[in-house]
Design a protein around this ligand. Structure first.
Ligand SMILES: C[S@@+](CC[C@H](N)C(=O)[O-])C[C@H]1O[C@@H](n2cnc3c(N)ncnc32)[C@H](O)[C@@H]1O
Ligand code: SF4
Length: 404
């Protein structure tokens, strides 16, 4: 990726928007995301710049109907009034047709905040519960307890959103299989629509990584991941949820909460990434540098050109992650004459022979044993990419060339 300004987005199909809110009340020591401690003055600078960034992009997207908005963090509701102003601006600047998804922290989602999100058109929620054990929450440096996290989940369920997803982390220090079973049961008992589970990684540039003197991303042993995923699959299936992605299980009546279903998207805020078909790019991670760049110039730190083959590879990567690779979606994205088997048969047929994928009437599906290996592959690829790119971008607001 190079420090080169990419062209403005044009001719996007089914594009989504991403909004990054990089503030948290407390910083969890294991967290790899771009976030800083909440500060009123810094938030005000961020918010003013964000409104300018929206205005800068509005002319490029005039006449385009956007399929969705994903709000991630950080803790997007750490300043609920500020978020409300940003949402109001996004809705006047762009035309939306689809869902609005948001990541929530159990400590920043009181009933008035949930009511505000409903009135602003938010439809899908994801709660970072992580664990229901006070002891484990304390060990990983989370500042909430299990009871208040489960209470937050009950309130979110009652508030009437389309889907409530819960994030749980496993392979925590000294966590037993029994602890994990209790976590999964507790959220399933409260009728969660979707469950996403993540093994805890130590990224070298986080406080946890430094404490462990990690030189590369440290991940739990394969057998722990396999065992915990088996337990999750058994409990979710018994409760009527089906696997909908490598890390997630969904109630069949629910709508999937996902950050990666949009092929093209424009990101707003520090560190937000954009994929506009011909280019992939990321904004500066530093809040002050991001704000100083606006309103004169788009705050893009690094970009790379994407040719057709790479764009197709990018599409395939995320469809494999979702375990379902369909001809119809491939043609929708790349034109009615595009052929999934011509483009990727050489990669997918051998997976079928090895029992890792199967051919279906719609295209290809990753089998349960394939899902485990996709999980491993996904870890390696995305962690190396995240660790390398995010590590550099966190150290340097305007980095030089980064070779991925
Ligand atoms: C941006 S956070 C969620 C929203 C909110 N900031 C919170 O923490 O509740 C996204 C999710 O990534 C997962 N996560 C964070 N750090 C991780 C790590 N080091 N390894 C694995 N998963 C991690 C957690 O499950 C977390 O809920
Ligand atoms: S895990 Fe969530 S709350 Fe904790 S620092 Fe990261 S983004 Fe903030």
């Amino acid at each position: 990726m190079k420090p080169v300004m990419p062209p403005a987005p044009a001719g996007l199909k089914n594009a989504g928007l991403y909004l990054h809110v990089p503030f948290c009340e407390d910083l969890c020591p294991y967290c790899p995301y771009n976030r800083v401690k909440y500060d009123e003055g810094l938030f005000a600078r961020y918010e003013a710049a964000l409104h300018q960034e929206i205005d800068l992009y509005a002319p490029y997207l005039a006449g385009t109907t956007l399929g969705s908005l994903y709000i991630g963090g950080g803790t997007p509701t750490v300043n609920a009034k500020g978020l409300q102003r940003i949402l109001a601006h996004l809705r006047t600047a762009f035309s939306f047709s689809g869902d609005i998804c948001i990541e929530l922290h159990p400590r920043h989602m009181d009933d008035s905040c949930l009511a505000m999100l409903r009135s602003e058109g938010v439809t899908l929620l994801s709660l970072g519960i992580e664990s229901t054990s006070d002891n484990l929450l304390l060990k990983i440096g989370r500042r909430h307890d299990g009871r208040s996290a489960l209470d937050a989940l009950s309130r979110a369920r009652r508030a009437g959103f389309k889907t409530v997803n819960v994030d749980l982390m496993f392979s925590l220090p000294e966590q037993t299989i029994r602890d994990w079973e209790e976590d999964v049961r507790a959220v399933l008992d409260l009728g969660v629509d979707q469950l996403s589970t993540y093994p805890m990684f130590a990224f070298p540039y986080t406080d946890l990584g430094m404490e462990k003197r990690a030189h590369a991303v440290m991940r739990p042993p394969g057998r722990t991941i396999r065992k915990m995923l088996e337990v999750t699959d058994t409990l979710c299936t018994a409760n009527g949820l089906q696997r909908c992605a490598v890390w997630s299980w969904l109630r069949p009546s629910g709508q999937k909460f996902s950050s990666i279903t949009r092929h093209h998207y424009i990101g707003f805020g520090p560190s937000a990434a954009s994929m506009i078909g011909t280019h992939f790019y990321v904004n500066s991670f530093d809040v002050n540098a991001y704000a100083a760049s606006l309103p004169g110039k788009r705050p893009v730190a690094l970009s790379m050109e994407i040719d057709k083959a790479l764009e197709m590879g990018y599409w395939l990567y995320w469809r494999v992650y979702e375990l379902n690779i369909t001809d119809a979606d491939f043609r929708r994205q790349f034109g009615k004459d595009a052929s999934l088997t011509s483009a990727f048969g050489h990669a997918l047929w051998p997976l079928c022979l090895a029992g890792l994928a199967e051919h279906t009437s719609e295209g290809f599906r990753i089998t349960p044993s394939g899902a485990y290996w996709v999980h491993r592959l996904q870890n390696e690829y995305s962690l190396n990419y995240i660790d390398h790119l995010w590590g550099i971008c966190r150290r340097n607001a305007w980095p030089g060339e980064v070779v991925l």
